[in-house]
Design a protein around this ligand. Structure first.
Ligand code: NAD
Ligand code: LMR
Length: 344
């Protein structure tokens, strides 16, 4: 029996909450990530947790005739504990999204505390769960999660993932457009580093099907992958950031984690992980000087089976991008660690 939890289940990756002056669609019945998990035969029980609207979202989803049994929880009456209890996988898209003009780091002030609180909850009642952090800034919220789990004595680095799949999905989509290829299994492109601006590094030289990017298109393509999130924020014009594509990406990653947990082999996806705690991580730590980095992760029954060093055999242009990414990541990671270890 697999229990999945979505924390932040009524949000824009479910499109509802209204934050201060941010005009959002008030339609709490749409939760694409929860919908995808509800439809998945890999999930038996789906618990939806949020500070608003989960009873409605859960009741609506519960009428769908797929396997998963759905329940909704609010913070009152220890709802968080009930939602998280004995979960196998916890996906966290809780927190505020960007408005035009903001960086992901601008979300730190609010989202850092939200993520810390949710991880404490997970540590207390679901210490063995796979934890997938979507909340931004991922480069800092994942270190916060790691430090919080360490402080609680239950940190298993093989089970903590920063979800960077949307960057890979974008790279695949944008390259397919240029190369006239089909997206999907025909084309996979590793995107490594972190999840914000110049910390996002697409490795087109390592594309699965020998893609060559014309020189005159390379810089613009890299820029589009690095700033794909901004493209959506701008287009939504104050109504939030990527939600539907994120739900697709979050589900793609969660599904791989669950399939690997059931024994399926050969499932690889880059993710932002704690290098010293995962097989293969030390080599990347040595090359980057960082404790956290998004690199291709081979998934297994217990989470990270191993990470592959993506930095070998890359082009000079890619090396230059990695150098810039490392600088940004260092600050983001330190900021998260400092926050997690500073008494409230
Ligand atoms: P949103 O504001 O629409 O939804 C967030 C939800 O979190 C709201 O329903 C809110 O009530 C809930 N929430 C707030 N505090 C909570 C708490 N303590 N416990 C439980 N729920 C809580 O935002 P969104 O569009 O869904 O985005 C959510 C986050 O995901 C943002 O930080 C955004 O930047 C991030 N994001 C990350 C990626 C990625 O690739 N990793 C992609 C898209 C969005
Ligand atoms: C994205 O990449 O779309 C997300 O991280 C949301 C954002 O703020 O851009």
């Amino acid at each position: 029996m697999v229990k999945a939890v979505v924390a932040g289940a009524s949000g824009g990756i479910g499109q509802t909450e209204i934050y201060q002056d941010m005009p959002r669609a008030d339609n709490g019945d749409k939760q694409p990530l929860s919908l995808l998990l509800k439809l998945s035969p890999l999930v038996d029980e789906l618990a939806l947790y949020d500070v608003v609207n989960t009873p409605g979202v859960a009741t609506d989803l519960s009428h769908i005739s797929s396997t998963a049994k759905v329940s909704g929880y609010l913070p009152k009456d220890d709802g968080g504990k009930a939602a998280f209890k004995d979960a196998d996988i916890i996906v966290i898209p809780a927190g505020i999204p960007r408005k035009p003009g903001m960086t992901r780091d601008d979300l730190f002030k609010i989202n850092a505390g939200i993520v810390k609180g949710l991880i404490e909850l997970a540590a207390d009642v679901a210490p063995n769960a796979f934890i997938l952090v979507i909340s931004n800034p991922v480069n800092s919220t994942v270190p916060i999660a790691a430090e919080t789990l360490k402080a609680k004595g239950v940190f298993n680095p093989k089970k903590l993932f920063g979800v960077t799949t949307l960057d890979i999905v974008r790279a695949e989509t944008f390259v397919a457009e240029i190369a006239g290829k089909k997206t999907g299994s025909e084309l996979t492109i590793p995107v490594i580093g972190g999840h914000s601006g110049e910390t996002i590094v697409p490795l087109f030289s390592k594309a699965s099907s020998g893609i060559t990017i014309p020189d005159d298109k390379y810089d613009a393509l890299v820029n589009r992958v690095q700033f794909g999130g901004d493209e959506v924020v701008k287009a939504k014009d104050g109504a939030g950031s990527a939600t539907l594509s994120m739900a697709f990406a979050g589900f793609r990653f969660a599904e791989k984690v669950l399939k690997a947990a059931k024994g399926e082999k050969g499932l690889v996806e880059p993710s932002f992980v704690y290098l010293p705690g995962v097989p293969g991580g030390e080599e990347i730590k040595e090359a980057t000087g960082l404790d956290f980095f998004s690199a291709p992760v081979e998934l297994g029954p217990n989470g990270v089976e191993k990470v592959t060093n993506p930095l070998t055999g890359i082009t000079d242009k890619e090396k230059a991008l990695v150098d810039v990414a490392i600088k940004g990541l260092k600050d983001n990671i330190e900021k998260g660690i400092t926050f997690a270890n500073t008494p409230a």
